[in-house]
Design a protein around this ligand. Structure first.
Ligand code: PLP
Length: 385
């Protein structure tokens, strides 16, 4: 065992020397915006629960009722006995929201991407992926024998060039992008990308983890502009929807194939019934109140306006600090003022682009957002000095 201890210890020491060791901080989320951490109550600007639905009374009641009726777990893979009827209800709701024929629910967004991508691609196929796409789109690509090539972030000309050069030499092409980029908060040009992909018979999949509930009137990044929709719209139930789980919306044939062959459906336990019930109740809120869904971006724009940053396009606003050390110092600084904004460091983001990633909730007070902006301005001024 000595070599194992030496391996783990050595890796950790090397990471620590670069300010890249990570530690868990037990955090109790008291409501949509306040968290308990280290014996203090902080206002969080780091949660992805953009609408506070994890604490919404109707969402909690739906989960509690399903828990009482169906128990805490689903008991098996969906294909055995784990397909609680609530999951099918949820799939119908997701498909309707996304204007798709059908949907498949997974245990998480990460499981969705690692199941979908190797099901749809294989030997002799090509995957084109945005360089800033989420880690689990990359992970799914690595599980496929298809050749994987990245295109420059949001660069349609580069994507078009790669499609022209490579389309003829492969059977099938899958194009992968975030709809709303998780660490930068910018949007993919979804409609233009869908049109481009269609002309090359390439299949576009958008990961709408940070889009649903907050852009496109709550329907997500495919609905920000008019125009063609991606044939594959993937997302998670764990951000604005406030619970846990992942999904894909697509045609009935694609969904039937995924349910038959995706390994993370076949060999992983079905979503707990309470999570399905919570998501349905959350979708009731999202579909019923487009104005509420617009609030997180409004809060984010208060912040970007106050700091003279480009107007936020989503509830995610990065403020760059460069080095991991500087980002951590800024985090600690804000914490002394009662704000939680967690530093994001490599390898989650590129070397030299460590940042504070601020996320805004419909439930934040405008006054707190403006106070935060003042504090961030001070921290940046101190760094520059
Ligand atoms: C969070 C996230 C995921 C993973 O979803 P989980 O349900 O948390 O596993 C996938 N894609 C993107 C873009 C994300 O931000």
């Amino acid at each position: 065992m000595d070599s194992l201890e030496a391996f783990a210890g050595g890796k950790l020491a090397a990471l620590d020397a670069r300010s890249l060791k990570r530690t868990l901080a037990p955090t109790g989320r008291l409501d949509g915006v306040r968290v308990e951490r280290g014996g203090r109550t902080l206002i969080s600007f780091s949660c992805n629960d953009y609408l506070g639905l994890s604490h919404h009374p109707a969402v909690k009641a739906a989960a509690a009722e399903a828990l009482a009726r169906w128990g805490s777990g689903s008991g098996a893979s969906r294909l055995i006995t784990g397909d609680n009827p609530l999951i099918e209800d949820l799939e119908k709701r997701l498909a309707r929201l996304k204007g798709a024929e059908a949907a498949c629910v997974f245990g998480s967004g990460y499981l969705a991407n690692t199941g979908i991508i190797p099901t749809l691609t294989g030997e002799g196929d090509l995957i084109l992926i945005d360089e800033l796409a989420h880690a689990c789109l990359w992970a799914g690509s690595r599980l496929s024998p298809a050749e994987t090539v990245m295109f420059r972030h949001n660069d349609l000309a580069h994507l078009s060039q790669l499609l022209s050069e490579k389309r003829g030499g492969c059977r099938r092409v899958l194009v992968l992008t975030d709809g709303v980029f998780s660490m930068d908060g910018d949007l993919a040009p979804v409609a233009d990308m869908a049109a481009l992909c269609a002309t090359h018979d390439a299949w576009l999949m958008t990961d709408d983890a940070h889009g649903v509930g907050v852009v496109g009137g709550g329907r997500g990044s495919s609905f920000v502009t008019d125009g063609p929709k991606p044939p594959l719209q993937m997302g998670t139930l764990s951000k604005a929807i406030g619970g846990y789980g992942g999904y894909l919306c697509a045609s009935k044939a694609v969904i039937d194939l995924i349910k038959t062959r995706a390994r993370t459906v076949v060999y992983s336990t079905g979503l707990p019934p309470a999570s399905a019930a919570a998501a349905i109740a959350a979708l009731d809120v999202i579909e019923g109140d487009a104005a509420f869904c617009a609030e997180p971006i409004r809060k984010a724009r208060l912040f970007t306006d106050a700091l003279g940053l480009p107007p936020a396009q989503s509830p995610i606003v990065p403020v760059m600090f460069g080095s991991a050390l500087a980002a951590l110092a800024a985090q600690r600084n804000l914490e002394t003022l009662g704000f939680l904004a967690v530093a994001i460091r490599p390898p989650t983001v590129a070397e030299g682009t460590a940042r504070l990633r601020f996320t805004f909730s419909a439930l934040h007070d405008d006054a707190d957002v403006l106070r935060l902006a003042g504090a961030v301005a001070d921290v940046r001024a101190r760094k520059a000095a």
